[in-house]
Structure formats: structure tokens, C-alpha cells
Design a protein around this ligand. Structure first.
Ligand code: NAD
Ligand code: ZN
Length: 316
């Protein structure tokens, strides 16, 4: 293994011991945003060779169910996904993975970038689900790692204007430095109506694509309400299992609400974005640690004061 990035879900398992119905009952190796160098091959592997550096797509589906056959393998019920109990993760020196879920990195793409293809693929999938293209006006809610990768991909896909929101100014500053056209600081004491008004003023109109990357109810509501009639609201953020939303408003204005679950057939596209230079993920890495410093790496990742966006653990 080469690099493993820390994701919010890793921290969640560590701190809370569960995410929804996935409960950590026994010690579990963490990590699923990873890359490495091929040390050994299975007998029938012919797409890779020893010494190749690869990004690892962490979910391997059953390949035979209807979802897999339709090409929507992210919905496969039997998908085996790294660091999702009871499946161990990849934060270890050696790890075995299905060869067709390993993506060979070109020489000029680093192992760090390879690990970042995981969150980047979430951004690619979300932007594809939103049908972002030339001329799109895109509102992103939440400027955490996921909101930021959505921003990078939306710009690369030709969005005309991208506005991103957050409760935290520091995160917005990062978003601005990564290419957000405008930023909007959400203040809890401002009414929903006034927030929508301000966002429309910033756009000089209404966004036709909105992507929630916060999971907060207030944000999901804003995603629906601020979207132009006939537009699309894509929900990536996962907060409470049930949230109150203005469904009739969405219905009468034909705002399509679309979910996102991880990614599907997006790794190659994420790699192409990085390899071609259309997307630069390197600035997302704010901290680097060696595997021996993993405890410190997690402390940094979970501390709001650290200013961490992406914490990377290096295995060699
Ligand atoms: P994060 O917690 O680092 O980022 C969330 C950001 O949203 C933070 O910067 C926070 O300040 C901001 N925020 C919170 N409430 C807000 C509000 N009301 N308005 C605007 N901003 C607000 O998390 P992340 O790693 O960036 O992930 C984002 C979300 O995406 C999480 O809920 C995560 O579980 C989810 N996620 C979903 C998928 C999927 O497959 N659907 C995949 C990965 C992550
Ligand atoms: Zn399947």
C-alpha cells in the first residue's frame, strides 16, 4: 500500500462505532481511500503487472445481480466495501484487491492523487447525476471534502458559475482558492427566505443544478427551494435518516430530486480528470502522516481546529 486518506466515515466508525445499520462489533482495520504498488498478481490477472502503481476502487460488487448487470453496481446488495463492518479496510502494508477494481496510474500521477480518486469519484458521480454541462449554474451546499470535489468536477464539466455555501468561513476560503466563483456564508439566524434571496442575487438568477454535500436538513431544504423550476437537486450529504423537505414545492416546480450513492463506473473518469490536469486534487491534502502516526492523523482529522480538509497517511 502507498497512501490512505482519512474519510469522515472512518472517523465516524472510530468515534461512534457505527454508521446506521453498519456496526463495528470487532476490531476493524480502517481506510478505503487508497492507492498502492502491485507486489504480486493472481494467476489470471493480465491487466496489471508487478510494480504498477494503482488507485483502488474500494467496493467490489457481486458482478451477477441485476444491478451489476445493468451497470449500476453501486446498488449491488452484496457489494464488499472496504472498512465497512465486518469488512476490513486498506490501512495496512499489504492488501489484496480484485484486479479489475485497480486503476493503473500514469507515471505523472502520484499515489496521493491515486488515493484522492475515491472522494473525487463521488464528485464525478454527483455531477453526472446532476447532468452538469456547459452553461450550468451550480449551487453546492457544504464545502467539506465532498463539496470541494464536486466544485472541482463541476468546473471541469463546464459549469458556467459555481457558488458554494458553508457555515465555516475557513472552508469557504479554501473553496474560493479552488475556483469557486462565489461563496456564501450561511448564518443560522437568517431566515430561509432571505438566504434564498441572497443566493439568487449572487447568481443573478436561479441555479439550475443544486448539490447538497452537507447532509443538514436546512441545507437540503435550501437545495430544493433555491433551484430553478425544472432544475435538479442532487443529494449527496447523509445526515439524519429522516428530514423534513418542501416536497410540494419540488413537485409543482418540477425540481427533480436525485440521490447519490458513492460512484459507479466513475473511477476511470476521475483518473482522466487528474491525469489530464483538468482537476487538481493536491490542494485538498492539508496534512501528511506516516502509518506509525495514525493515531495523530485521526486526531488531526477529527479536530475542527486543525483546519484539516484531507489527511493522508503514507505507508512507506
Ligand atoms: P464534512 O462534514 O467534512 O463537510 C460537510 C460540510 O458541510 C462542513 O464544512 C460543514 O461546515 C458544512 N455544513 C454543515 N451544515 C451546513 C449548512 N446548514 N449549510 C452549509 N454548510 C453546512 O463531510 P464531507 O466528507 O465533505 O462529506 C459531506 C457529506 O457527504 C457527509 O454527510 C457524508 O456522509 C456524505 N457522503 C455521502 C456519500 C454518498 O455516497 N452519498 C459519499 C461520501 C460522503
Ligand atoms: Zn451485484
Amino acid at each position: 500500500m502507498g497512501c490512505v486518506g482519512i474519510c469522515g466515515s472512518d472517523v465516524h466508525y472510530l468515534v461512534n462505532g457505527r454508521i446506521g445499520d453498519f456496526i463495528v462489533k470487532e476490531p476493524m482495520i480502517i481506510g478505503h481511500e487508497s492507492s498502492g504498488t502491485i507486489a504480486k498478481l493472481g494467476n489470471n490477472v493480465n491487466n496489471l503487472k508487478v510494480g504498477d502503481r494503482v488507485a483502488i476502487e474500494p467496493g467490489v460488487p457481486c458482478r451477477t445481480c441485476s444491478f451489476c448487470k445493468e451497470g449500476r453496481y453501486n446498488l449491488c446488495k452484496d457489494i464488499v466495501f472496504l472498512a465497512t463492518p465486518p469488512v476490513h479496510g486498506s490501512l495496512r502494508k499489504y492488501y489484496k484487491h480484485a484486479a479489475d477494481f485497480c486503476f493503473k496510474l500514469p507515471e505523472h500521477v502520484s499515489l496521493e492523487e491515486g488515493a484522492l480518486l475515491e472522494p473525487l469519484s463521488v464528485g464525478v458521480h454527483a455531477c453526472k447525476r446532476a447532468n452538469i454541462g456547459i452553461g450550468s449554474k451550480v449551487l453546492i451546499l457544504g464545502a467539506g471534502p465532498i463539496g470541494l470535489v464536486v466544485l472541482l468536477v463541476a468546473k471541469a464539466m463546464g459549469a458556467n458559475k459555481v457558488v458554494i455555501t458553508d457555515l465555516v468561513q475557513d472552508r469557504l476560503n479554501v473553496a474560493k482558492s479552488l475556483g469557486a466563483d462565489e461563496i456564501y456564508l450561511v448564518k443560522r439566524d437568517v431566515s430561509e427566505k432571505d438566504q434564498i434571496k441572497s443566493i439568487h442575487e449572487i447568481f443573478g438568477g436561479e441555479p439550475d443544478k443544486t448539490i447538497d454535500a452537507s447532509g443538514a436538513q436546512s441545507s437540503i431544504r435550501l437545495a430544493i427551494l433555491a433551484t430553478k423550476s425544472g432544475g435538479t437537486a442532487v443529494l449527496v450529504g447523509m445526515g439524519a435518516p429522516e428530514v423534513q423537505i418542501p416536497l410540494i414545492d419540488a413537485l409543482i416546480r418540477e425540481v427533480d430530486i436525485r440521490g447519490v450513492f458513492r460512484y459507479v463506473n466513475d473511477y476511470a473518469d476521475a483518473l482522466a480528470l487528474v491525469a489530464s490536469g483538468k482537476v487538481n486534487v493536491k490542494p485538498l491534502i492539508t496534512h501528511n502522516f506516516k502509518i506509525e502516526e495514525t493515531v495523530k492523523a485521526f486526531d488531526t482529522s477529527k479536530s475542527p481546529e486543525s483546519g484539516a480538509i484531507k489527511v493522508m497517511i503514507h505507508l512507506k
